[in-house]
Design a protein around this ligand. Structure first.
Ligand SMILES: C[S@@+](CC[C@H](N)C(=O)[O-])C[C@H]1O[C@@H](n2cnc3c(N)ncnc32)[C@H](O)[C@@H]1O
Length: 354
């Protein structure tokens, strides 16, 4: 009996894994349908029924929403704690479901664009990235990059040819930066003494905008590829500069890099770090914000491992690294010391010095 139970459990667990791709896809649908915002606006006091949510969707799309499909998406997302679900039985004995926000779906509400993770859901689940996952096994057999196999080129080149993917990707990177950066500028004491900071591969400049807002004496240089800089809005105190970090990085007192080293293989990271070394003075710093695969941190480790698969699907050689792997890179690039500032986020802050 015991063995058949465990075999059934194994079977169910296997199906849970096999079908797990449904979770981000249902989440993406909910974000595209603006459901977290609909509930935040119209259901802040009382949770909303499927019909109520559907009517708000219909009024924004001008098409009657199909409640049966909507219910199935809501039911799954409630089962994984994205929404609360309340059940009542109506006079005819039929169950009625109502949905509210949880601490997870509150992160997807777009009332503050800098804080919402909704664009991140869309960016990480871009079709070109999801297509990359189809080729993970080819990476093992051929050593190829899954994204390139799926799309014929690397992601940054792909974005330069696809304005819509470029927009969704850049928006996804820019948001979710708010809470993390608000924390970084509060706890990192090194900004006070800096006159200039270059954000290498800074996207549209959202991280720098938080740094210069807190430390207006800092001259910010937001450095990224031309197709990204072209879409960046002006930010007071920030100069947008186009360029290629593998060639040269504009000089500054400090380099900041968020979500960059994990995009690249070790050789490429060494090139970037050596260019960072050249860009800063003797007492300069490089500040890195990246996830670290830490054996001692259970939930963060699991999220890091999932992100690592995303890097395999989305990047040309990118990976999440352990402390040891980061340390090896820093020393090989010529830096002498580093210190770690743990953050209450997936990423940690690492300060490296010459
Ligand atoms: C994962 S995104 C991170 C963006 C930003 N740092 C953030 O955290 O929101 C990686 C960024 O690297 C930029 N990038 C890629 N290759 C580059 C290169 N050779 N030189 C400069 N930037 C580059 C991309 O355009 C993109 O904005």
């Amino acid at each position: 009996m015991a063995s058949s139970k465990s075999s059934m459990e194994a079977h169910l667990e296997l199906y849970e894994i096999i079908l797990s791709a449904a979770k981000p896809m249902a989440l993406r649908a909910a974000v595209l349908l603006n459901i977290p915002d609909i509930i935040a606006i119209h259901g802040s006091q009382n949770p909303l029924s499927v019909d109520q949510i559907a009517s708000h969707i219909s009024s924004s799309t001008n098409k009657p929403a199909h409640t049966d499909y909507l219910f199935r998406i809501m039911r799954l997302l409630a089962s994984i704690s994205v929404f609360t679900e309340e059940t009542t039985i109506d006079y005819g004995g039929t169950p009625q479901f109502k949905y509210g926000l949880t601490s997870i779906s509150k992160l997807l509400v777009k009332n503050d664009a800098q804080q919402s993770c909704a664009p991140t859901v869309l960016a990480i689940n871009l079709k070109c990235i999801v297509d990359g996952y189809q080729y993970l096994h080819d990476s093992v057999i051929e050593g190829c990059h899954a994204f390139t196999k799926a799309n014929g080129m690397g992601i940054f080149e792909y974005n330069s040819h696809n304005p819509e993917a470029n927009r969704i990707f850049n928006e996804g990177m820019a948001t979710n930066t708010g809470p993390l950066m608000a924390h970084v500028v509060k706890i990192y004491d090194g900004f006070k003494s800096l006159k200039s900071v270059v954000d290498v591969a800074g996207g549209v400049g959202s991280a720098l905008s938080v740094i210069v807002a807190e430390y207006p004496h800092i001259h910010g240089i937001n450095f990224d590829l031309p197709h990204v800089i072209r879409t960046a809005s002006p930010i007071h105190g920030v100069e947008h500069v186009e360029g290629n970090m593998f060639e040269q990085i504009p000089p500054a007192n400090a380099v900041f890099m968020k979500w960059i080293l994990h995009d690249w293989d070790n050789e490429q990271c060494l090139k970037i770090l050596k260019n960072c070394y050249e860009a800063i003075p003797e007492d300069g710093k490089v500040l890195i914000v990246d996830a670290v695969i830490d054996e001692e941190e259970g939930m963060k480790r699991q999220a890091g491992l999932l992100f690592d698969m995303c890097m395999m699907a989305a990047c040309t050689g990118g990976k999440e690294r352990t402390w040891k792997e980061f340390e090896d890179l820093f020393y090989k690039a010529g830096f002498n010391s580093y210190r770690v500032i743990k953050l209450p986020f997936l990423q940690s802050l690492i300060e490296i010095s010459k």
